[in-house]
Ligand binder design. Structure first.
Ligand SMILES: *Cc1c(COP(=O)(O)O)cnc(C)c1O
Length: 428
């Protein structure tokens, strides 16, 4: 079939022949390139019987190596490997001194971990709208600002950077902190700087669904030695071990005055070993994804001059993890989604169109604590959530159809995505 006949053909959803006869490869970029390198590195740690980062007979220092690679490649002075990005968010907030009686601004479109980690840190999230980038709308920050707000969590959703200039300006004006949640967008840049290194703290995830992975894992980035020292403590029972004191020049600190109660969010050496090998693959993975993304967008623009894509505050720094197609109504989006899926092209809306505060534990402010601590704090301006509190986000998130772009697509896969979108779009 020529491309013309293929794209004018009957939609698969109406019983026509699909543009692809099988689904695209699963979109776990790091996991699907796991192999000999990760196996060797992990088994090296196991054979040398040194799975713990702070002591052992034949320590490989894999977690330290990972931290050094992050610092070097992202041009940031301090990085700390932790057990997950949820842990990293809690560590970040605790390092900033945020807790009971504080509010933290969270975007209405994000994974539940962003909001949940605020609650686990004993603070309370307040939600702002997203814009056509799906990331938080800096113009909505003022609406929720009051004297109890201490930080903003800027989340880079699936590969697109946040509008960091506006977010940083707002934070500076109000003297509050910015935490960058880069769990979904490792390597994304804003105006030539890596996201995660622009705000006061950045957090990364190495869970299976993210770009690179060891199954689980996370990291905390900062340029501030004091925040870093507090982050190390919170992740390791409130203590600062001798090797850390020496390495980072914290030798003058009086432990009697500085120690505070913490957690165990340490990263294991086995995780570190896998992640060192995965980190080496990151730039190639991202380069391949971006190449496919750009080819697809260019071809779609040529064929469909009216097509509108998800907006990015910095297209140069965008990872292109998804081709986001913006349509006018939710009905069009639903049709686009199901028609593409019938063509064997994965297409979805972010979180199925559900805003993060619609999760029952957030909406109903339910925690495992007595009196639903920390929601019981007597804020001067009480925090109440309602289903319709971010109507613009609810509209936008249901009108942007995302087609995931994998780094391992073949030329044929790329062609089929282009053909499938053209075919379905022309029937809209
Ligand atoms: C996945 C994710 C997290 C949590 O990461 P884990 O490593 O699974 O704890 C946090 N924030 C966002 C935006 C995420 O997508």
């Amino acid at each position: 079939m020529t491309e013309q006949t293929k794209t004018m053909a009957k939609l698969a959803i109406h019983g026509g022949e699909p543009v692809r006869d099988k689904p695209l490869p699963p979109n776990f970029p790091g996991a699907i390139v796991m192999g000999e390198e990760e196996a060797q590195a992990a088994s090296g740690v196991i054979m040398d019987q040194s799975p713990f980062r702070y002591y052992g007979e034949n320590l490989h220092n894999t977690v330290q190596q990972l931290e050094d690679m992050i610092c070097e490649d992202f041009n940031v002075p301090y990085a700390l490997g932790v057990s997950s990005c949820t842990a990293a968010l809690v560590v970040a907030l605790k390092a900033l001194g945020i807790g009971y009686g504080d509010k933290v601004i969270v975007p209405s479109v994000t994974f539940i971990a962003t909001a949940g980690a605020v609650v686990s840190s004993n603070a309370v999230p307040v939600f702002v709208e997203c814009d056509e980038s799906l990331n938080l709308d800096p113009n909505d920050l003022e609406r929720v600002m009051d004297e109890d707000v201490k930080a903003i969590i800027a989340v880079s959703l699936v590969g697109t950077p946040c509008d960091m200039d506006k977010i940083m300006d707002f934070a500076e004006k109000h003297d509050i902190y910015v935490v960058e949640d880069v769990a979904q967008s490792l390597g994304v840049q804003y105006k030539g700087r890596y996201q995660g290194t622009i705000g006061h703290v950045g957090v990364l995830s190495f869970q299976m669904n993210k770009i690179i992975t060891a199954g689980e894992g996370g990291a905390v980035l900062t340029s501030d030695p004091k925040i870093f020292e507090r982050a190390i403590r919170y992740h390791d029972q409130g203590i600062l071990r001798g090797m850390t004191r020496d390495r980072y020049g914290f030798t003058e600190i009086d432990e009697n005055e500085a120690a505070f109660a913490g957690q165990n969010y340490r990263m294991s050496e086995i995780t570190g070993a896998v992640l060192v090998e995965q980190w080496k693959k990151l730039s190639t993975l991202n380069a391949n994804t971006r190449k496919h993304y750009r080819t697809i967008c260019k071809r779609l623009r040529e064929a469909l001059p009216n097509i509108q894509f998800r907006v990015s505050p910095d297209p140069e720094g965008d990872l292109g993890l998804n081709v986001g197609i913006r349509v006018s109504t939710r009905e069009q989006a639903d049709h686009l989604k199901s028609a593409l899926n019938a063509e064997n092209i994965d297409a979805r809306t972010m979180y199925n169109g559900n805003l993060v505060y619609m999760n029952p534990q957030i909406l109903h402010q339910r925690t495992a604590e007595k009196n639903n601590f920390p929601f019981d704090y007597p804020f001067k301006q009480p925090v109440k959530y309602t289903e319709d509190m971010c109507p613009r986000s609810a509209d936008i998130v249901n009108r942007i159809v995302l087609i995931p772009i994998s780094p391992v697509l073949t030329e044929e896969d790329v062609e089929s995505i282009v053909a499938g979108v053209i075919k379905v779009y022309r029937h809209l």
